[in-house]
Design a protein around this ligand. Structure first.
Ligand SMILES: Cc1ncc(COP(=O)(O)O)c(C=O)c1O
Length: 428
């Protein structure tokens, strides 16, 4: 025990001890805080870091935060840095996972659906969105009913079925027709609601939906029409997710962003997020044959030359490319008004040749919409000149396209012959 009133050297030692103690405590805390802030900051800044170390609660935790990859062969050949957002790494294999999750989350927030109560999510889709809706529905406790045109790659139907969705294949017809796949999904959701309503439930919701009563007891078994074309939860998934990720991954240093449009959610959401932050950024739409968007962006006229009587090979959009191309303006595409600087037309031959080039040069096995994006990147790199940075979307893997886009026999039958020639000379 120390006595009070000790010798002066004892008091001095005590004081020094106290000061040293305070210094050690303060600096230890600062070091811990510094390490913490570094760790947490990095976690926020670097999406790939999150992907690699975090333990997620469900498959939904694997959605988004996709890496950005340098496409070396295209970058070296053009002198521009060409980066692809590896969306094929989403658990459902495409960026539509983000969209499905946000659409379902929003419907839950509005009280339109409730998990494990027999609610069914309805959607009309050419494939990818259906797969994502089927996956997220299973993960959350819903049923999925997917209406699909019957001319899509066979593996897409099989995947939907394996994911437990009800699959309804229909003939491709125009959007004005009640039997068009999107219209049919909407009416199926309404019918589903009515059947449930007859059985005991009330329907007081918006008329696009089936039974979507806000009351917890009454929303059991409601039918919900996901409506990816018009539902702005699609745009929002990219505005709040993909756009900010690209900004973080590039520190905002991008000269051009390139994407196709199927619903328009991707190009609208990303460009609306990035353009105000990067004033000189140019946005380019890539469009396949048969789509009217190229002419809409270039000349403000929605017209495709395959609309001419007798020229059309397919009903919807006249191309081997799946998932992109439109002949109407959707709410989601509309969100890109005033943001798209120019459009690029890509032929089917260029798309299949690019896909094969990327496997040969990089081992990168991509689907058709990613291939047209890459053709678009090369065109824009040539236009801007060396030294620019261009970002695009690598939407899905070639595995989704084995029976059509990646089937040489099928291509031959449809007179789509990969182009010959050195390097990237196949791109006009
Ligand atoms: C395979 C595929 N292609 C293209 C797109 C772009 O389509 P959208 O305009 O609907 O966002 C997507 C989007 O998720 C996709 O999954």
């Amino acid at each position: 025990m120390m006595k009070t009133g000790g010798k002066p050297w004892q008091t001095t030692s005590l004081l020094i001890g106290l000061i040293l103690g305070v210094i050690v405590t303060v600096s230890t805390n600062s070091i811990i805080n510094w390490i913490k802030s570094k760790y947490v900051d990095n976690k926020k800044k670097d999406p790939s870091f999150v992907r690699s170390i975090e333990i997620t609660d469900s498959i939904m935790g694997l959605i988004g935060n996709t890496p950005l990859m340098r496409i070396k062969s295209l970058s070296e050949a053009t002198g521009c840095e060409i980066l692809g957002k590896a969306e094929f790494l989403n658990p459902g294999g495409s960026p539509k996972d983000r969209v499905a999750l946000n659409i379902i989350n929003k419907a839950e927030e509005k009280g339109l659906i409730k998990p494990n109560t027999g609610c069914t999510i309805f959607e009309g889709t050419t494939g990818s969105t259906g797969i994502s809706i089927a996956m997220v529905s299973r993960a959350k406790g819903y049923n999925a009913w997917i209406v699909v045109p019957d001319d899509q790659a066979e593996e897409k139907y099989q995947l939907l079925e394996k994911l437990g969705a009800t699959v309804e294949k229909v003939r491709p017809v125009g959007i004005v027709d009640k039997r068009q796949y999107v219209n049919l999904a909407q009416s199926r959701a309404q019918e589903f609601g009515k059947i449930k309503k007859e059985k005991s439930f009330e329907n007081n919701g918006d008329d696009k939906q089936g039974d979507n009563d806000n009351d917890d007891d009454n929303n059991k078994g409601s039918g919900y029409f996901a409506d990816q074309f018009e539902n702005l939860a699609n745009f929002e998934a990219h505005y709040k997710g993909t756009g900010p990720e690209i900004f973080k991954q590039t520190n905002g240093k991008i000269d051009a962003f390139i994407a196709g449009a199927g619903t328009g959610g991707t190009i609208s959401g990303i460009s609306r997020y990035l353009k105000p932050l990067i004033p000189n950024l140019k946005i380019y739409l890539v469009d396949p044959p048969g789509s009217g968007l190229y002419n809409k962006v270039k000349y403000n006229i929605m017209y495709s030359s395959s609309e001419k009587e007798g020229k059309r090979r397919r009903h919807q959009v006249d191309t081997i490319v799946e998932g992109v191309g439109l002949n109407r303006i959707t709410e989601n595409f509309n969100m890109s008004q005033g943001l798209i600087d120019d459009a690029i037309n890509v032929t089917d031959e260029e798309a299949v040749t690019m896909a094969r080039y990327l496997v040969r040069e990089e081992g990168l096995f991509l689907g058709s919409s990613s291939a047209i994006n890459c053709v678009g990147c090369v065109r824009i790199a040539r236009k801007l000149g060396p030294g620019h940075r261009i970002v695009t979307m690598l939407n899905d893997s070639g595995q989704r396209h084995l029976t059509k886009f990646w089937n040489d026999e099928y291509l031959k039958q449809h007179n789509i012959i990969p182009k010959e020639g050195e390097g990237l000379s196949f791109i006009e």
